[in-house]
Design a binder for this molecule. Structure first.
Ligand SMILES: Nc1ncnc2c1ncn2[C@@H]1O[C@H](COP(=O)(O)OP(=O)(O)O)[C@@H](O)[C@H]1O
Ligand SMILES: [Mg+2]
Length: 303
């Protein structure tokens, strides 16, 4: 089994669209599925840091790493949850925009900072919680990422904003990061009763096709309460609609973004071995890692 660390930037220049909620809850659901996850909080507001139950601490963020004043290994913090670690944010990150912009190779600073962690192969996923602006931190995050995940609300106005981020994605593909993928678009805070919801979802699917995740995240009060308790919603209230949706999303996300590859399956040999029935080969090729293990129970008791 070989593992490839995937860096996913969760980005949308608009604030309040569910980026941080998605980072925190996707991370928790992935960790529960035994994927190793590192969340990097790149927003000075530190909502992901608080949402995962950590206090801000001066000097403990990616900021000193970007400035070459700290090693990345020293700022990675454990959370209360297995397999889930975080590089918190701090107020100083607000100054990062200016500091990074001053550096010569500013587009690659986050990529370089993350390189030792990526190369260590410890994590399946590194999720970058981007600030809500098209600034240098978000651009450098996209330059560092394998894929960008765009949470958006199912509203007509949100469609316009989508153009800005897809343009930025095209620019990066043409320059700093040719292999950057649109990992996907996730519809958040969905209210199926609202008349425009179905029309907006249809429009987004028409434009972005299979890049739009089938799972949609419903508007759910428990999901908005969980951060004040410093908990992902699946720990705060495992059976609420938001928890169920984020678990379903994690499953779809893993299928789209695999990180573990089984290389132990031998190619078919000539001679008697070639008579091995295909079904037997398939079962031998089934991944035995935790990514396919649905370790959570859906109770169906939604609220
Ligand atoms: N599915 C949801 N249902 C209800 N409230 C939500 C949901 N997702 C996010 N929120 C709330 O909406 C606000 C903005 O979400 P947040 O994830 O912080 O957005 P962003 O990081 O894009 O600024 C927060 O108060 C959050 O708790
Ligand atoms: Mg946020």
């Amino acid at each position: 089994m070989t593992k490839r660390t995937r860096i996913i930037a969760v980005a949308n220049q608009k604030g309040g669209v569910g980026k941080t909620t998605t980072v925190v809850n996707l991370a928790a659901a992935l960790a529960r599925r035994r994927c190793t996850v590192l969340v990097v909080d790149l927003d000075p507001q530190a909502n992901a840091t608080g949402g995962l139950g950590l206090e801000r601490q001066q000097g403990v963020s990616i900021y000193p790493v970007l400035l070459g004043e700290a090693e990345i290994a020293d700022v990675i913090q454990p959370t209360a949850y297995d397999n889930l670690n975080i590089i918190p944010s701090e107020v100083d990150l607000a100054g990062a925009e200016i500091e990074i912009a001053r550096q010569e190779d500013h587009l690659s600073v986050i990529r370089q900072a993350l390189a030792p962690v990526r190369d260590s192969g410890v994590f399946d996923y590194i999720l970058l919680d981007c600030p809500p602006s098209l600034g240098v931190v978000m651009t450098a995050s996209l330059a560092a990422a394998d894929g960008v995940l765009v949470p958006m609300q199912a509203e007509f106005l949100a469609m316009e904003g989508l153009g800005l981020i897809t343009n930025l994605l095209e620019q990066l593909r043409a320059g700093a990061n040719p292999s950057l993928e649109l990992n996907g678009i996730l519809l958040t805070m969905v209210n199926m009763v609202a008349t425009q919801t179905k029309d907006v979802i249809a429009m987004v699917k028409e434009r972005f096709g299979d890049r739009v995740y089938e799972t949609v995240i419903p508007r759910n009060v428990r999901t908005s309460e969980a951060p004040s308790y410093g908990q992902p919603v699946m720990h705060y209230d495992p059976t609420c609609k938001g928890a169920v949706a984020y678990r379903a999303f994690a499953k779809e996300f893993i299928a789209r973004t695999p990180t573990r590859f089984d290389e132990t399956v031998e190619p078919v040999q000539a001679g008697p071995a070639a008579e091995t029935p295909p079904a037997a080969m398939q079962s031998a090729a089934e991944p035995s890692d935790g990514q396919n293990a649905d370790s959570t129970q859906e109770t169906g008791a939604e609220q």
